[in-house]
Ligand binder design. Structure first.
Ligand SMILES: Nc1ncnc2c1ncn2[C@@H]1O[C@H](COP(=O)(O)OP(=O)(O)OP(=O)(O)O)[C@@H](O)[C@H]1O
Ligand SMILES: [Mg+2]
Length: 330
């Protein structure tokens, strides 16, 4: 459904230029849910914005790559076509529903608008559909709520409205960037259940960006761990959780609160500082924080490779052998 190859993105700041996405390649199969995790600044949002044609350029710049979505290269499309896809074949949910919703338009209008634009419905038809969608995302009394404004909804309810808008045109692909981060754990759990149900009903493919390993465990088929604009490890969720091969993934899993991985099981810190993209170390960018780093890690960036003996598609970028290093560790 989506095949990204060699995506590179840079930013300029105060007269300097830095690469923040390094030759990112991955693909997502139809019906798959991909969970993308990584600490702040790892490039999760920037890469999604670049795919959607929403990267602020300047200061950002797409330096190269391809992103084939249903056969079209998103990175080469004119803005008009991208606008067509966003909210149409590709649904998007961002973190902060208050800034994403227009405060002066009613909820009904905001849900109706993409239906009119992408599906050619009349206002009346679109409002009928809007009521159905609010109902679908678990907002009661939908008819009565259509004429209300965003500030009349709670945070959790606004996020549901955002999801209703994102799925209104039954997108083939939904990209969600930290859609539940601002919500309390209970509401977050409800939204995740809602998304899992919608995915089943609509047969959606999803990319779910989060800080939260617990969320990934709950919703994703595949996990992709990013650091400093690269993929450090990727694979089926069960395989990666059972036997991580990147010290960074291992650190993220170690930093989970003890025991299960419930939604809201927020990451504690991995020791050391996230990298400064304007002063990246040579070699593996995680090496300075990696207790298992070898000499080679500081010199040469490791390529992503299939993990020997693991399931197909479990890939890691590491020069060291993590299971062996863990066994040897005191
Ligand atoms: N407008 C901007 N100007 C300069 N640099 C930027 C800008 N936006 C993002 N960056 C840089 O791009 C890199 C990737 O940022 P990005 O927002 O994608 O991280 P993220 O993984 O989404 O983090 P978070 O978990 O905090 O959302 C960071 O180094 C960040 O400083
Ligand atoms: Mg982000």
């Amino acid at each position: 459904m989506l095949e990204i190859s060699d995506l590179a993105v840079g930013f300029s700041r105060e007269g300097r230029f830095a690469r923040v996405i390094h030759d990112l390649s991955y693909s997502v199969e139809r019906g798959e849910t991909l969970g993308i995790v990584g600490e702040s600044g790892s490039g999760k949002s920037v890469h999604a914005l670049a795919l959607l044609g929403l990267l602020p350029q300047p200061p950002g710049k797409v330096l190269g790559g391809r992103a084939l979505f249903e056969g079209e290269d998103l990175l080469a499309l004119p803005e008009s076509r991208l606008r067509d896809l966003r909210g149409g074949r590709i649904g998007v949910v961002f973190q902060d529903p208050m800034t994403a919703l227009n405060p002066v338009l009613t909820i009904g209008r905001q849900i109706a608008e993409p239906l009119i634009r992408h599906k050619g419905l009349s206002m009346r038809q679109a409002l009928d559909r809007a009521a159905e969608l609010l109902d679908l995302v678990g907002i009661r009394d939908a008819r009565r709520r259509l004429p209300q404004f965003p500030h009349e909804f709670s945070g959790g309810m606004r996020q549901r409205v955002m999801i209703a808008i994102a799925i209104s045109c039954e997108p083939a692909l939904l990209i969600a960037d930290e859609p539940t981060t601002a919500l309390d754990v209970t509401v977050q759990g409800q939204i995740l259940d809602l998304m899992a149900g919608l995915r089943e009903r609509l047969g959606m493919t999803m990319i779910w960006i989060t800080h939260d390993m617990g969320v990934v465990a709950g919703i994703a088929d595949t996990i992709q761990v990013m650091y400093a604009g690269r993929i450090m490890e990727r694979g089926p969720v069960e395989a990666v959780f059972a036997s991580p091969r990147s010290a960074y993934t291992w650190g993220l899993l170690q930093s989970l609160p003890h025991g299960a991985h419930p939604p809201g099981g927020r990451l504690r810190q991995i020791p050391g500082q996230p990298p400064d993209m304007f002063n990246l170390p040579p070699g593996d960018p995680f090496a300075p924080r990696n207790p298992f780093a070898t000499e080679r890690c500081f010199k040469e960036a490791p390529p992503l490779r299939q993990v020997p003996g693991s399931v197909p598609g479990h890939v890691v970028a590491a020069w060291y052998d993590l299971p062996a290093a863990l066994q040897a560790a005191p």
